[in-house]
Write a protein that binds this ligand. Structure first.
Ligand code: DGL
Length: 284
């Protein structure tokens, strides 16, 4: 079983591509939608949340976790790998930044633009990864309004175009635009309509899927192998019904059932869905 982790719904757009290359594998997806967005959070909060998330996915039975979230991949991937994937652990955690950087460099004639969260931009991780591959110029722009616009399902609303136009104004002269956030592929049509002709807008998700396929060929067994009845189990920390409704847009197909997990004493534990209480809530 392959675990996939994101701050919210956005990683389902990555899972969609993972399903395409590995249709016969079992997947478990964890969206931390109750605590998203991550992009403006401080580093230690992201480390705490990501530790809880990967521990949950390991407890669900995964030995391989894909961190679909760019913010977590940029800030916490090395920490997670060192903490959970030591020699003999039998576990692996992979991120999205290296396939993203490789594709941007492959497509670009020399000037790459990146739209991402504030924390991804501040990390400088994409700059580091791209610099390892070539002498490209890179302009980054934090776009904090875009993920909430997508989480609210407003991709087709004029607000999406207005916000995208605002952020793109600072990425003049680029030939390739890398979407450095799981949510932005849902805005790809808007973004393509706004960039100058000749600028390639890149969703890294298909390349993440290809990179995983390649990695599994070199590291067989971590994914649990093919399944006769491939399953998808979905967990979220927010409202499961809202997650199922919005998540279907990201995954490209309906989500039958979403399980609720919540932080209890520093761990993400399964919780029965509650009736939404009104007024004050007193905990026993
Ligand atoms: N998953 C996050 C990312 O790719 C989406 C945005 C957020 O949570 O702030 O960076």
């Amino acid at each position: 079983m392959i675990g996939v982790y994101d701050s919210g719904f956005g990683g389902l757009s990555v899972l969609r591509h993972l399903h395409q290359v590995l249709p016969d594998r079992d997947f478990v997806y964890l969206g931390d939608s109750g605590r998203a967005p991550y992009g403006g959070r401080d580093i230690h909060t992201i480390l705490d949340f990501s530790e809880q998330a990967v521990e949950r996915l390991f407890e669900e039975g995964s030995r391989l976790v894909i961190v679909a979230c760019h913010t977590v991949s940029c800030v916490a991937l090395r920490h997670l790998q060192q903490r959970y994937c030591g020699v003999g652990s039998g576990r692996r955690i992979l991120g999205v930044t290296i396939p993203g950087a490789e594709q941007a460099v492959e497509h670009s004639a020399g000037h790459i633009g990146i739209l991402a969260t504030a924390r991804t931009v501040a990390s400088g991780t994409y700059l580091t990864e791209i610099a390892k591959l070539g002498p490209h110029r890179v302009l980054q722009r934090a776009a904090p309004l875009l993920a909430p616009i997508v989480e609210e399902g407003l991709e087709a609303d004029p607000i999406a175009e207005l916000a995208a136009r605002h952020y793109l104004a600072e990425l003049q002269g680029i030939d390739t635009l890398l979407l450095g956030c799981t949510h932005y592929p849902l805005l790809i049509d808007v973004l393509r309509s706004l960039v100058p002709r000749g600028v390639t807008v890149l969703d890294p998700a298909p390349f993440v899927a290809e990179a995983l396929l390649d990695w599994l060929q070199r590291h067989p067994g971590f994914d649990g192998g093919p399944s006769e009845a491939p399953s998808l189990r979905v967990l979220c920390t927010g409202d499961p019904e809202v997650f199922a409704r919005h998540g279907a847009r990201f995954l490209g197909r309906p989500l039958d059932r979403v399980h609720h997990v919540a932080e209890i004493e520093g761990r993400l534990a399964h919780r029965a869905p509650q009736d939404a209480p009104t007024g004050q809530v007193v905990r026993p």
